[in-house]
Design a protein around this ligand. Structure first.
Ligand code: AMP
Ligand code: GLY
Length: 436
């Protein structure tokens, strides 16, 4: 089968790497891809957000399966476009309908969905220009901290945790009255702050049946010890030690089952990944957010740990046969550490040559490209998150240390990475150090 994968980040390199290993994949195209995905298949200059261009490419190249990496094409209705054309309907499609993608594309939709299906999540209210005054009054009496979320997609920046009422009301005003996040913040979800530890669950569904992939934890802040600005993700580990079988059972019963049953009951077509961002509050899981795609950099640890043939797994989903499939995970731990451009998530330089990225670092480690480009045979930096190194280990500490060792050899000018990924699970970080 000829497969088209959409996207160009580290997530897509990890997906391409995994898809290309399948004997069922006769040819893999990636649109637009990056120099890393070019090692797994053929990059093609098709704009992933242009439904007609993606469709035309699929027609011309007899594509049997489309796998969508990022959320935008789904929020733009790419699935629905394929369904509305007779000659594309039969193409296996991994990604939900536009309606299903609203689980990620609209926080208010996701919250109302959770409420309808009794899925545990933080208490909330939603506000627009129309009930703005009521919103201000609501905020004035709300417990602190309070969480403000732009309803729409805001490139990961639309969530604010406010520690004073003055700050909360000022931000609320900026979001609704001044369109701080454009159209996305014309509607604002105000929700209760949940205090706990976070993790990411990944579910593959056909809208009726589902399988649960290995869980992961990502590290979003730029600085060591989870400090500083939020980023797209600075590293990830899998498995997550506090996700015990008992906890995972609660997640499946209280969250995964009602989510999939809710999609089916509301007749929302959904074949693809549901990424459930969770918070464990004293061992009880709550949903923080849904995404309609895999996480980045979580995919860079989930795919290496997944032992199943990915094309078989995705075909089972697209053919409604997931009930016959069992997920098999590598028992080893995997960790990924992301190398970013100095300055990220603020302004940063591009165009630095990356040395050592084309080398092999043994069976334990894989280098995934993210923001890179190739010029005259050289690999140059081309984004904030530039590449990541995933390694296996007997435990998380060993996996992270192996990635850190590789990062001594893959380098560019003005490179930065966190050395403390997985710190909660690395004994060296939890043992008090002597001062002398
Ligand atoms: P999101 O953009 O939805 O992934 O949210 C960004 C981050 O904000 C999450 O990863 C959490 O760390 C935090 N967050 C979101 N909602 C809440 C909440 N209700 N309570 C505590 N933290 C939250
Ligand atoms: N790592 C979080 C995300 O992909 O949204």
């Amino acid at each position: 089968m000829q497969i088209l994968l959409l996207g160009s980040g580290g997530r897509e390199h990890a997906l391409a790497w995994k898809l290309a290993q399948s004997p069922a994949c006769t040819r893999l195209f990636i649109a637009p891809g990056n120099p890393g995905t070019a090692l797994c298949g053929t990059n093609v200059p098709v704009v992933a957000n242009d439904n007609a261009a993606v469709a035309a490419f699929c027609r011309e190249n007899k594509i049997g399966m489309v796998v969508v990496g990022p959320e935008e094409p789904l929020v733009n209705g790419l699935y629905d476009y394929f369904q509305s054309h007779n000659d594309l309907k039969e193409t296996l499609f991994i990604g939900p309908s536009q309606e299903g993608a609203r689980l990620e594309g609209s926080k208010a939709f996701a919250k109302a969905f959770m409420q309808r299906h009794n899925i545990p999540t933080a208490a909330y209210r939603e506000f627009t220009e129309d009930n703005y005054r009521e919103g201000v009054e609501y905020l004035q009496q709300h417990a602190l901290p309070v969480v403000l979320k732009a309803d729409g997609l805001a490139a990961g920046k639309g969530v604010l945790i406010c520690h004073t009422h003055v700050e909360a009301i000022a931000e609320f005003e900026l979001m609704i009255q001044e369109s701080k996040f454009g159209e996305a913040s014309k509607r604002v979800v105000v929700e209760e702050f949940l205090n706990g530890v976070e993790l990411s669950m990944f579910v593959l569904t056909d809208g009726h049946d589902y399988v649960i992939l290995p869980e992961a934890k990502d590290y979003k802040r730029i600085g060591e010890g989870d400090t500083g600005l939020n980023t797209g993700g600075m590293g990830a580990v899998s498995p997550v030690p506090f996700a015990t079988p008992g906890f995972l059972q609660k997640v499946e019963e209280r969250i995964v089952k009602p989510t999939i049953a809710g999609l089916a009951q509301e007749q929302i077509p959904y074949t693809g990944f549901v990424f459930v961002g969770l918070i464990s509050v004293e061992g009880e899981p709550y949903v923080i957010e849904y995404n309609c795609r895999m996480g980045d950099p979580e995919t860079e640890v989930v795919m290496p740990r997944l032992k199943n043939d990915l094309v078989e797994l995705l075909s089972a989903a697209a053919n409604g046969k997931l009930s016959t499939v069992k997920v098999d995970a590598d028992p080893r731990a995997a960790a990924t550490v992301v190398a970013v451009s100095q300055g990220y998530p603020g302004p940063y330089e591009k165009g630095h040559e990356i040395l050592g990225i084309g080398e092999s670092y043994g069976k334990q480690s894989i280098v995934f490209h993210a923001g890179t480009r190739e010029e005259d045979g050289k690999i140059l930096t081309h984004g904030g998150r530039v590449f990541c190194v995933t390694s296996f280990g007997e435990d998380i500490a060993e996996a992270v240390n192996t990635s850190l060792d590789v990062l001594e050899y893959v380098r560019f000018g003005e490179m930065y990475y966190r050395t403390d990924i997985g710190y909660e699970f690395r004994p060296a970080y939890n043992t008090p150090q002597d001062d002398d």
